[in-house]
Design a binder for this molecule. Structure first.
Ligand code: F3S
Length: 756
């Protein structure tokens, strides 16, 4: 148990830390004096301060030291730019970057990949050069989807990883606790800071029995989504247990964990088991598997009699295939009821496109099971009735299914093989077969099916199912088809029933790694220069924000007094703005354009107090900035709820904001504001929100005395000419966070500490 074992075959200095994790765990167990679940063991084994950390599930904030970080190409841009501005020579923990989100599906994999590489060249060049410079691993376009690459190469039982993508929990299929976060959290770990998360509650899912026939692992999570709804997992880790967990493959467990994101779970995980050993061995990681076995009875399992906050039970023997949707992944319909429900709801019954693969469902097992249905249909002279696409999750999967003849089988069926990338799963789909606004049905083996997600058409009814069910639908072309009971007509008009799918969990000839798509960081990194074209409109180096000038801020205008829900989407919109994620100046043109101005009930229309003219919010902020005038925003309840998007905090800082004053904050956004050196403040008396007029002027004073738990004094100068009044404000900054404000940002503080 004392040996040094590498986490993976690609990095020379990343070792598995079981010994340290176990040491921490013993401390926590002594303190808590109760049995722990598997997820708790991983979390508490990674605590920064196991002796003193308060641990109450659902209450405390845990400071953790993750083993590694994974970033996808869209979110990696700002994370790396921020990391660079800290001035550190290399990342503090192993980090990998994966080019998968920027590849649009148009014709077929090969051509689409070439086109995407040309279109996104500057982003890919930046990611390649910056990862080389700062000692990160780079997976180039075509390598595959982040979560599949992580599963194949990096995930291992008992590890804690954060990833800048919602479906990071996919790695729970290998017993890893993998959590999706925003870029700012990734930067914390990259710079060596502990990462903070509210101690999750644990939702136990007990699996009994064994799946059979048309049912597959996907149906476990489709059913669970129906039980819990999309909010049921919020603030919780889903931990699977029961004898059913030993009856299916690690990649199947990956599928289940992947889609835990759809019920809002922090992450999902299966405890270490035999299927994980088999998968680790098949992916050339026998040493990792053998090492994990040495810790399986204390670290890598749940304690007997551990307590879950809630328990849901699913009997796999009785589980039938589910089809979830449209428009939400928790609208779960068992296949036996779909015919009636679809007809009753007037869902379009003709299926236009079937899409299999993606990070959720592109394992060798998934594709062999789908291929078995395709072959059965071919023996009866049938092909796909509709457009049918296959997205391999990685180059390794693609090369292996090519070698084993599956690609040919799918092509003969009429299938289009897309690039090893996200493609239609993230809306990167140049769909041509229908007009925008046309009502239609598609069926996918992906994970999300929110309105417009796949093709930007709000009238597309997207249903999520297992790849096997999608394939059967492609043969029938009709949403009412139930392959378990309904007969098809063969080429001679004779009726037949499709055979239940069968597949191979792992390729008998081993995996074919395919083309080499990985670039490790070079040994000598000092000569590498990071490529950013100074005229680029997509990428821009971040300049460190100036430190606080030590003075009180006086006579500040209110940029906007926002009313009602102000989510991170209202603060920094997505959609077309995603293109500018690596360019703070350009993306700042979306600042608060979705928020409602209390003065006129309009979005993106505020009065400049200097000129009296109405303009957009970002333009007005820029006008103030040009005049050297600091400004504030007044906000309503739960300001900044939604995602952890760090741009929502970077933008106001870039545009010259000083403080964001609200009735209350969503916690992640509040922390992000602190990290960027802004003051997130709340009204001590929430009614004071109503007393403030959008044209009042604001002083924030006595800032020299800013201290934890101490009120902040705001003086309001009414635009009416009435007497000024004092408005007490609260803040949640600790000592270190106050230093972030003083230094200008958390990254400035890191830089200053290093220089000291
Ligand atoms: Fe996410 Fe789908 Fe890609 S879930 S990682 S967009 S394949």
């Amino acid at each position: 148990r004392d040996s040094k074992v590498l986490q993976n075959n690609l990095e020379e200095n990343s070792f598995i830390n079981y010994k340290e994790n176990l040491k921490n765990l013993h401390i926590v167990k002594r303190r808590l004096g109760r049995p722990l679940t598997y997820a708790e063991k991983i979390l508490y084994g990674h605590l920064n301060d196991p002796e003193n950390q308060e641990i109450v599930r659902g209450v405390s904030y845990l400071k953790l030291l993750p083993d590694r970080v994974a970033c996808q190409d869209a979110t990696a841009q700002m994370a790396i730019l921020q990391f660079m501005s800290a001035g550190l020579p290399q990342v503090a923990k192993p980090v990998t970057v994966h080019c998968d989100h920027l590849i649009q599906a148009q014709i077929e994999g090969g051509k689409d990949l070439k086109r995407a590489i040309k279109l996104n060249k500057e982003v890919f060049d930046f990611l390649k050069s910056s990862t080389a410079k700062y000692n990160m691993g780079f997976w180039k376009p075509g390598a595959g989807i982040i979560h599949q690459i992580v599963l194949e190469n990096y995930a291992y039982p008992g590890a804690l990883m954060i990833g800048t993508d919602s479906h990071t929990p996919n790695a729970g299929g290998l017993g890893q606790l993998a959590i999706g976060v925003g870029g700012a959290d990734a930067v914390d770990v990259m710079t060596g800071l502990p990462w903070e998360v509210k101690a999750p509650k644990i939702l136990g899912v007990k699996l009994t029995g064994k799946m059979n026939g048309w049912t597959s692992a996907k149906d476990i999570i489709l059913k669970l989504a129906g039980i819990t709804t999309v909010k049921g997992g919020t603030g919780k880790i889903v931990e699977y247990f029961g004898e059913g967990i030993d009856t299916f493959s690690a990649t199947g467990m990956g599928t289940v964990c992947n889609m835990g994101a759809e019920i809002g779970a922090t992450t999902s995980v299966f405890p270490f088991n035999k299927s994980m050993v088999e998968y680790l061995k098949a992916t050339r990681r026998s040493k990792v598997a053998d090492f994990a076995k040495l810790y399986q009875h204390d670290l890598l399992c749940a304690d007997p009699r551990c307590e879950y906050d809630e328990v849901v039970e699913i009997n796999l023997s009785k589980l039938e295939p589910y089809v979830n949707g449209p428009f939400t992944p928790d609208l779960a319909t068992p296949i036996s009821k779909l015919k009636d429900i679809a007809t009753k709801n007037n869902w379009p019954l003709d299926i236009r496109v079937g899409l299999i693969g993606s990070c959720t469902n592109s394992s060798y097992e998934d594709l062999t099971r789908s291929a078995s249905i395709v072959k059965d249909a071919a023996e009866h002279g049938l092909k796909s009735k509709i457009t049918f696409t296959v997205t391999p999750g990685s180059e390794q999967v693609r090369a292996t299914i090519k070698r084993d003849g599956l690609l040919k089988t799918f092509k003969k069926f009429g299938g289009i093989i897309l690039a090893n990338a996200c493609g239609p799963c993230i809306g990167q789909w140049d769909r041509q077969d229908i007009k925008k606004g046309e009502k239609n049905t598609i069926v996918t083996s992906y994970n999300r099916n929110f309105t417009s997600r796949n093709d930007g058409n709000p009238q597309t009814h997207a249903f999520v199912a297992s790849p096997e069910i999608v394939t059967a639908f492609a043969i029938a072309g009709d949403l009412r088809f139930n392959p378990i009971t309904d007969r098809l007509k063969d080429k001679n008009g004779d009726e037949f029933l499709l055979k239940a799918p069968f597949g191979t969990g792992l390729p008998s000839k081993g995996y074919d790694p395919g083309k080499n798509t990985y670039t490790p960081p070079p040994k000598v990194r000092s000569v590498v220069s990071v490529k950013i074209n100074p005229t680029s409109d997509r990428l821009q180096l971040l300049k460190p924000f100036p430190p606080w000038d030590g003075k009180d801020a006086k006579n500040m205008p209110i940029l906007i007094k926002a009313v009602g829900k102000t989510t991170t989407d209202h603060i920094s919109m997505a959609g077309p703005w995603l293109k500018y994620r690596g360019h703070l100046e350009n993306i700042s043109n979306n600042y608060m354009i979705g928020a409602t101005n209390i003065e006129n009930g309009k979005a993106n229309c505020v009065r400049n107090v200097l000129t009296g003219k109405y303009k957009g919010v970002p333009e007005t902020a820029r006008d103030y900035k040009a005049e050297g005038i600091k400004w504030v925003v007044i906000g309503d309840e739960n300001f900044g709820e939604g995602s952890s998007r760090e741009h929502a905090a970077l933008e106001p800082r870039y545009l010259g904001g000083f403080a964001i004053i609200t009735k209350s904050f969503a916690r992640i956004h509040e922390t992000n504001l602190k990290k960027q050196g802004l003051l997130p403040l709340t009204f001590k008396n929430p009614k004071d929100y109503d007393r403030i007029d959008p044209f009042d002027r604001i002083d924030i004073v006595q800032l020299q005395e800013l201290a934890p738990n101490k009120e902040v004094k705001m003086i309001v100068h009414p635009s009416s000419g009435n007497d000024s009044w004092t408005c007490p404000l609260l803040h949640t900054m600790n000592k270190e966070q106050i230093e972030w404000f003083q230094c200008g940002s958390s990254l400035n503080k890191i830089k200053r500490d290093k220089e000291k």
